[in-house]
Design a protein around this ligand. Structure first.
Ligand code: URA
Length: 364
């Protein structure tokens, strides 16, 4: 499903908005088309409320009528210059959140120039506009529908959410994995853990996450407190998640090796094999719709584990791809990503990582 927010000024484009809504409703679910933020409770921060509403959408359609730039309030002040103007806040928020913003011209309006816009909307002037004409309304809307579908591809079906009872069961099952891991004296890394007073790192996040991230192995920072990705790589991961409006609590983050190996070396085959049943159990409990692997070790592990045809390909070939397959509980996508640490070694990789993370938006 693609969620669409229609931003408009009543005095400027009201006649067109209803008509556009009716046409869009033939192509999208009506519950996915939003025109107004209906209720802002007393005492609520309305800017925050609008930002949240925009965050829940994929596309913002900004209706621009002939008066859009100049409309003034009863005191003669231009609406667009006011900090609390809904139209300005919504478009500004969509630009800030990197949503797809499509200006739609109606009533022979023209696109505003940068000099006519407040600073927070300057980027808006660079968006290519689409015109809806009276004569060819239906055809023009068809073009808009195509633009929306291309810009925000249909969301993948996410798994049904667990109810409270199931969630409690999942949390209890993860607790048991943790206990078994704590007592895993036969692990090749157990001695190192105990001698250095370290903790195993099972993972953290939502026990019912739609997306699970699997990295390599905990580092020193992580093993000292028993939490994954809290050091420099964790900061990059947090930044990437934030860029697609995800919080750590929304996803589950773990590794293929659940204890810290001595020194910063790569995990051995023996270590990977030892933790495999634990990782499988974690996946089995969470039953994610997406496994996003961080780095080549996690990618190879998952592709081989599921015996996928891509198992001999490199991360250079597969990063950012969506690999569809099935687990016993249903359809799943594997999304290979570079390890966040690549950015620490090569800042230019950040753009690639960021672009690949964008693919996950299909599952949010
Ligand atoms: N790198 C990983 O692969 N995992 C962590 O938890 C931290 C750094």
């Amino acid at each position: 499903m693609t969620r669409i927010f229609i931003n408009y000024r009543r005095q400027d484009s009201e006649g067109y908005v209803g008509r556009l809504y009716d046409h869009l409703a033939q192509h999208f679910e009506t519950q996915d088309i939003f025109m107004d933020v209906d209720s802002i409770p007393p005492g609520a921060d309305f800017v925050e409320t609008l930002e949240k509403a925009i965050a829940g959408c994929d596309v913002l359609i900004a209706m621009i009528g002939p008066q859009w730039v100049d409309i003034k309030d009863e005191r003669g002040e231009r609406r667009l210059d006011q900090w609390n103007d809904f139209v300005r806040i919504e478009i500004g928020s969509a630009l800030k959140q990197k949503k797809v913003v499509i200006p739609v011209l109606v009533g022979r309006a023209r696109m505003p120039t940068p000099t006519e816009l407040p600073e927070d909307l300057l980027l808006f002037a660079r968006r290519n506009a689409l015109e809806l004409t009276q004569q060819h309304f239906a055809q023009d809307v068809q073009k808009l529908v195509k633009v929306i579908q291309d810009a925000a591809p249909t969301k993948q079906n996410n798994k049904p959410r667990a109810n409270q009872e199931m969630l409690d069961q999942k949390e209890a099952a993860l607790k048991q994995v943790r206990l078994d891991l704590v007592g895993a004296t036969e692990s090749p890394l157990y001695k190192f853990r105990i001698e250095n007073r370290l903790f195993p790192v099972i993972g953290e996040g939502s026990a019912d996450a739609n997306i699970i991230f699997i990295g390599e192995s905990p580092g020193k920072n992580e093993a000292e407190v028993g939490r994954p990705f809290i050091g420099p790589s964790g900061e990059i991961l947090a930044e990437m998640l934030k860029s697609i409006n995800l919080k750590r609590d929304d996803v589950y983050v773990t590794n293929i090796v659940l204890d810290r190996p001595p020194t910063k070396r790569e995990p051995t085959l023996e270590e990977i094999a030892f933790y495999e049943p634990f990782v499988d159990r974690i996946i089995d409990v969470i039953q994610p719709a997406v496994i996003a692997t961080l780095g080549r070790f996690a990618m190879q592990y998952i592709l081989k584990r599921l015996d996928l045809p891509e198992k001999r390909q490199t991360i250079g070939e597969l990063h950012g791809k969506l690999i569809k397959t099935r687990m016993h509980y249903g359809e799943i996508h594997i999304v290979p990503l570079y390890h966040p640490a690549v950015v620490l070694y090569s800042a230019s990789q950040k753009v690639t990582l960021q672009k690949d993370f964008e693919k996950l938006k299909l599952f949010i």
